[in-house]
Write a protein that binds this ligand. Structure first.
Ligand SMILES: Nc1nc2c(ncn2[C@@H]2O[C@H](COP(=O)(O)OP(=O)(O)OP(=O)(O)O)[C@@H](O)[C@H]2O)c(=O)[nH]1
Ligand SMILES: [Mg+2]
Length: 156
């Protein structure tokens, strides 16, 4: 029997320059060369988890919060090399906390110069059950794992 994939609208939010467009570009094209041609509309991407499940994602970058845009979940990007992104986290969470959210800790290729890391984010989010995944859109490091965690979140 053919099972149609789950369709999930996911908004990509985060501080200015935190890596939203680059992550989208890496997830969809497995490259960052097309970033400057990314449209501001929903981008469709079918993802297979490898164990028989698939998700049809509709991604959109959103630069202003709060938003009235319909969504089922958020990706929140933080630039791990910019301390100000960590400081802005409580305010961002207060504007999206009614929805499922996963945090992409971006620029993990620059881990050596990071201003904060996973444990620091955990301290800020407290008891909230939010997954934090270090990723590099530049190298692609951990991006498949991020997609798997994202799929897991929207499927449950
Ligand atoms: N080294 C490194 N640089 C990155 C990575 N991801 C993004 N960048 C760079 O960080 C800058 C900002 O990335 P964007 O993807 O444009 O961030 P954004 O959140 O879409 O930015 P705005 O749309 O302006 O808010 C760009 O110069 C990217 O090339 C990464 O994983 N590693
Ligand atoms: Mg952008």
């Amino acid at each position: 029997m053919q099972v149609s994939p789950t369709i999930s609208k996911v908004l990509v939010v985060g501080p200015k320059g935190s890596g939203k467009t680059s992550l989208l570009c890496r997830m969809i094209f497995d490259s960052v060369n097309e970033c400057n041609q990314m449209p501001g509309q929903f981008l469709k991407f079918n993802f297979s988890t490898g164990n028989g499940e698939s998700v049809s994602f509709l991604f959109k970058e959103v630069n202003n919060l709060p938003t009235t845009e319909k969504k089922s979940a958020y990706i929140l990007t933080l630039n791990s090399n910019n301390k100000a992104d960590l400081d802005s986290l409580p305010n961002i969470l207060s504007m999206i906390s009614d929805k499922k959210v996963i945090i992409a800790l971006c620029m993990s290729d620059l881990h050596y110069s990071a201003a904060f890391w996973v444990e620091d984010v955990k301290k800020v989010i407290g008891k909230k059950n939010i997954k934090i995944v270090p990723v590099s859109s530049k190298t692609g490091e951990n991006v498949r794992q991020f997609m798997l965690d994202l799929s897991d979140m929207v499927l449950t």
